[in-house]
Design a protein around this ligand. Structure first.
Ligand code: NIG
Ligand code: FE
Length: 417
């Protein structure tokens, strides 16, 4: 089935010239083209032709992107969207001065969401997750990563991964599950970390891999969560089994997580709000992506990751919402792009690369998605905008008009906003 996307005001290709990633100043090369139509067949981009010659091509359907900006489908590479309950009470406590870490040490935080998840059935969790995925799709997101990490027992981590996997076949976009059993120690193992590590290393990791519930493993390396040595052990086991690795690190304290992630050649290190200056060159030289989460700094009123310094040092910078109920209750990638402009001082071009090709890279999906290149999936976010500057200027407004996944329109705006 051949389809043509035509009449776009501009197509932002984010062409990587086969590199499938953008580092440092290359984040600005988003390679826009105009007067061009895109031809795709069976969901794969086949050719670029001029809009005038497009009329002569025989196709079974046409997507009219008149006066719009066509972007690669947006890629959300770090969320904790599969959760139950609300932490609005903790938000109010924080507004009165309590810190995120104080709340979590007092039994709130991740543990409070864990309790709500444990009290929810598979069906309850499916019902809660569906509209959250749909909301990302409406913003132009065509690939969405979702972590476990709120079950923290064998039964509940598997339940959560089964919920996430349910949407691999029951949603219109790519859903990428990540196992985050090492999110925090659950209360029943508070005084026996060794037993919980055993559960992760000897039971959960092999079971999840064997049953194809996740290909990615993440952990939270932090004073109040897992030490660098504990992450090292989990990563060694996970890598031996064949998993790809990600790491939450240098969020509140730098406790050696970055070094462990680099040692294991993790796909990404995420957060980095307290990344030490002397570690920037090390990370920038590596092939590990820096996934930055400006929504967390905004939501928790905490320091900003050194985005500019990372880009200037030639790092691979990606951006994500970190959507979760406690540290970033922000299910909105476009808002995060705007925060990256305002707070990180990233340019709109850099931001576009960070939420497309580099987010794909952080999930090891860069060969099939993340840019508009021949041979890649026909995934697009079609924005109702004349100039890319509008993407960061229209704060809080969804500019996305159509989401196209593998050549099919999976979201179409029905009202003006
Ligand atoms: O990425 N840092 C650890 N995990 C999440 C927060 C999870 C939560 O508070 O529920 C994060 O910030
Ligand atoms: Fe996170």
């Amino acid at each position: 089935m051949k389809t043509l996307l035509k009449n776009a005001g501009q197509i932002i290709t984010v062409d990587t010239k086969g590199k499938n990633v953008k580092r440092g100043k290359n984040l600005s090369d988003i390679l826009p083209i105009s007067d061009t139509a895109i031809l795709f067949e069976n969901g794969i981009i086949k050719d670029f032709i001029t809009n005038s010659s497009a009329d002569k091509v025989e196709v079974s359907s046409i997507i009219d992107a008149k006066d719009c900006i066509v972007l690669p489908g947006l890629i959300e590479c770090h969320t904790h969207a599969a959760y139950a309950g609300s932490r609005a009470n903790e938000f109010l406590m924080r507004l009165k001065g309590a810190t995120y870490e104080e709340i979590s040490q007092a039994g709130g935080g991740i543990t409070s969401t864990m309790k709500a998840v444990r009290n929810s059935s598979f069906e309850d969790l499916v019902r809660l997750l569906k509209p959250r995925i749909d909301h990302f799709v409406s913003q132009g997101v065509t690939a969405l990563e979702i972590k476990s990490g709120y079950g923290l027992s064998f039964y509940d981590e598997i339940k959560l991964l089964q919920v996430i996997n349910h949407f691999k076949t029951n949603s219109s976009i790519d859903i990428v599950p990540t196992f985050l059993g090492a999110h925090t120690y659950p209360p029943e193992y508070k005084n026996d970390h060794g037993q919980y590590l055993k559960l992760i290393n000897e039971e959960l990791l092999p079971y999840i891999f064997k049953n194809k519930l996740a290909e990615h493993v993440d952990a939270f390396c932090e004073k109040t969560a897992f030490s660098a040595n504990e992450v090292d052990l989990i990563f060694s086991n996970a890598k031996n089994l064949g998993y790809k690795l990600r790491l939450h690190t240098e969020q509140f304290n730098a406790v050696g997580g970055l070094e462990v992630a680099l040692k294991h050649k993790a796909l990404s290190v995420d957060h980095l709000e307290v990344l030490q200056e002397n570690n920037i060159p090390k990370l920038a030289k590596s092939n590990t992506a820096a996934v930055l989460l400006p929504g967390v700094s905004f939501f928790l009123d905490c320091p900003l990751a050194p985005a500019r310094k990372l880009i200037e040092s030639n790092a691979i910078v990606a951006l994500s919402t970190d959507y979760n109920p406690g540290s970033s209750h922000i299910p909105n990638l476009q808002l995060v792009m705007q925060l990256a402009a305002l707070n990180y001082k990233m340019s709109v071009e850099e931001i576009i690369s960070a939420v497309t090709i580099n987010s794909a890279y952080a999930m090891d999906m860069q060969e099939s998605i993340g840019s508009i290149e021949i041979g890649k999936q026909a995934d697009f976010a079609i924005f109702d905008a004349k100039d890319i500057s509008e993407i960061i200027y229209n704060i809080g407004i969804n500019l996305n008009k159509f989401t196209v996944k593998k050549g099919k329109i999976v979201y179409s705006r029905t009202r003006e906003n």
